[in-house]
Design a protein around this ligand. Structure first.
Ligand code: AMP
Ligand code: GLY
Length: 429
C-alpha cells in the first residue's frame, strides 16, 4: 500500500513509526513531516491545512490510504474531498468533525445519545449566560463553543470570575474571536482525568486503550495549561471494568446517534473523561489521536496498525483483532523554555541517538527540522521521549534515562510524569 500521513507533530511521528512496521506498507509519505519523521517516511513539503494540494498529491501519487493526524484539516473537509476524488481516508468527515469543532454540538449529541456528561447550557446572549451562572453558582466552567487552540475553557472558582469570563469571551473584547460567538457553561466535575481511544468505522467501535495526560506545564500539575507535557498507558484510573463502561455509555451510544443523525463517525474517537468513584463522565470528544497520548498507544500497539486503520476507513472493523504489549509505555515531552508562552526557535538539540540507544526507549520528534546533520527545535513541544517497562515505575525509569541522554540546554520537561500511578504503585508494595 501507498500511504500518506498528514501532520508534523509527535503524534504523526508515532503514527509513521508504527505504520512503517506494517507488512502491508509499500511506500510511506508524510506532509509536511519533521526531522524525525524523515527517518521513516518521505516528507512532502505541503502544509497540513493545504487541503487541495494534499488531495492533488494523493491523486498524482496513487495513494491507497491517507491518515489524517490533526483536527484542522478534518474540520476543513479533507476526508470529504479525498473520498470525492476516490481516495480512502482515515478520519471523520467535516460534518462529523463538528463533534470537536463545536462544544454545543457535542453536548447536544451527548444529550440525544444519553451519554453521561456535565449539566450545561448553550448561550449566544451574555445576559442569559450570566443568569444561568447566578442560578447554578460556582465552581462552574465557561467554554467557547468553537476551537480556541486549547485556551477556550475557563474554570471559575467563583461567580464573579465566571461573569468576567463571559464578558471576556462575548463582550467587545471578543478575546477568542468568532469562537466566542456562542458559549457553553457547564457544571464543574471533580475526579481524575483520563483519555480513552476507540477506532470507529461508521457503525462499529473497537476499543484501543486509555492513557493519562499531564496538561499543566510544570511539576505537581502547576503552571499554565499546555497541549500535554507527558502521558502513560495503561492507567490504573481506567480499570478494564471502567473501560467497558466507557465503551457502553460513552462510545457505542454516541456512534449510533451520530449515524442516525446523518453524520456517521469514522476514524479514531478520543474521549476525555473525569472518573470519580469508578464512574466515568464525559468532558469532551476529540476527532483525532491525542498528542502526546498517541505516542504511548503506538509504543504499546503490537498488531499491524496500518491494517487496523485501513479497516476502519473501509467500514470493516469486524475483521480486526488487536494485540498489545503487556508493558506500560510513558512519554515525556521536552519543550522549548518559555512554552506555552513565547519561546526561542532554532536552538540545537544533540544526542538524540544516545537516547534512542537506551533499551526500550524511542524519541519521537514533535517540532524539529534538520539542518544538515544538526537537529533544530522549531516548535513549543519539541520531542516526545518514550519508554516501556513492566510497571509505571520501570517505564518512568527508562523514559527519564533517555531524557537525560539528550543535550538541549534550551529545553525543559516535567520530572514527574505518571506521578499518580507511581504513588498508587508505591502504596501497593
Ligand atoms: P476540554 O477542552 O473541554 O476538555 O477542557 C479542557 C480541560 O478543562 C479538561 O481537560 C479539564 O481538565 C478541564 N475541564 C473541562 N470541562 C470541565 C468540567 N466540566 N469540570 C471540570 N474540569 C473541566
Ligand atoms: N493531549 C491532549 C490532546 O491531544 O488534546
Amino acid at each position: 500500500m501507498k500511504v500518506l500521513v498528514v501532520g508534523s507533530g509527535g503524534r504523526e511521528h508515532a503514527l509513521c513509526w508504527a505504520i512503517a512496521k506494517s507488512t502491508k506498507l509499500g511506500k510511506l509519505y508524510c506532509a509536511p513531516g519533521n526531522a524525525g519523521i524523515a527517518d521513516v517516511a518521505e516528507c512532502i513539503d505541503i502544509g497540513g491545512e493545504d487541503v487541495d494540494a494534499l488531495v492533488g498529491f494523493a491523486k498524482d501519487n496513487a495513494i491507497d490510504l491517507v491518515v489524517v493526524g490533526p483536527e484542522a484539516p478534518l474540520v476543513l473537509g479533507l476526508v470529504d474531498k479525498l473520498e470525492a476524488a476516490g481516495i480512502r481516508a482515515f478520519g471523520p468527515s467535516a460534518a462529523a468533525s463538528v463533534l470537536e469543532g463545536s462544544k454545543g454540538f457535542m453536548k447536544d449529541m451527548c444529550a440525544k445519545a444519553g451519554v453521561p456528561t456535565a449539566a450545561y447550557g448553550r448561550f449566544t446572549d451574555p445576559e442569559k449566560a450570566k443568569q444561568f451562572i447566578q442560578d447554578h453558582g460556582a465552581p462552574i466552567v465557561v467554554k467557547t463553543d468553537g476551537l480556541a487552540a486549547g485556551k477556550g475553557v475557563i474554570i471559575c472558582q467563583n461567580v464573579e470570575a465566571a461573569m468576567t469570563a463571559v464578558d471576556d469571551i462575548m463582550g467587545d473584547k471578543k478575546v477568542f474571536g468568532i469562537a466566542g460567538n456562542e458559549i457553553v457553561i457547564e457544571e464543574f466535575l471533580q475526579g481524575e482525568e483520563c483519555s480513552f481511544f476507540a477506532l470507529v468505522d461508521g457503525e462499529r467501535a473497537l476499543p484501543l486503550a486509555a492513557a493519562q495526560d499531564h496538561k499543566a506545564a510544570f511539576d505537581g500539575d502547576k503552571g499554565p495549561n499546555t497541549g500535554g507535557m507527558g502521558a502513560y498507558s495503561p492507567t490504573p484510573i481506567a480499570t478494564p471494568e471502567i473501560c467497558d463502561k466507557i465503551m457502553e455509555t460513552a462510545i457505542t451510544p454516541l456512534i449510533k446517534t451520530m449515524a442516525a443523525e446523518g453524520c456517521p463517525y469514522k476514524g479514531v474517537l478520543f474521549c476525555g473523561l473525569m472518573v470519580r468513584d469508578g464512574v466515568p463522565t464525559v468532558l469532551e470528544y476529540n476527532i483525532r489521536f491525542g498528542d502526546p497520548e498517541c505516542q504511548v498507544l503506538m509504543m504499546r500497539w503490537k498488531s499491524d496498525v496500518l491494517e487496523a486503520l485501513d479497516a476502519a476507513a473501509q467500514g470493516r472493523l469486524d475483521d480486526i483483532t488487536l494485540d498489545w504489549h503487556d508493558e506500560t509505555a510513558m512519554v515525556v515531552v521536552m519543550a522549548a523554555q518559555g512554552y506555552p508562552g513565547a519561546y526561542e526557535k532554532g536552538t540545537e538539540i544533540k544526542n538524540i541517538d544516545a537516547a534512542n540507544s537506551v533499551e526500550k526507549a524511542y524519541v519521537f520528534h514533535a517540532g524539529t527540522k534538520a539542518d544538515g546533520d544538526r537537529v533544530l527545535a522549531t516548535g513549543g513541544r519539541v520531542l516526545g521521549v518514550t519508554g516501556r517497562g513492566a510497571s509505571v515505575i520501570e517505564a518512568q525509569t527508562t523514559t527519564y534515562k533517555a531524557v537525560d541522554a539528550i543535550d538541549w540546554p534550551n529545553g525543559f520537561c516535567r520530572r514527574d510524569i505518571g506521578w499518580r500511578a507511581v504513588e498508587r504503585e508505591r502504596t501497593k508494595v
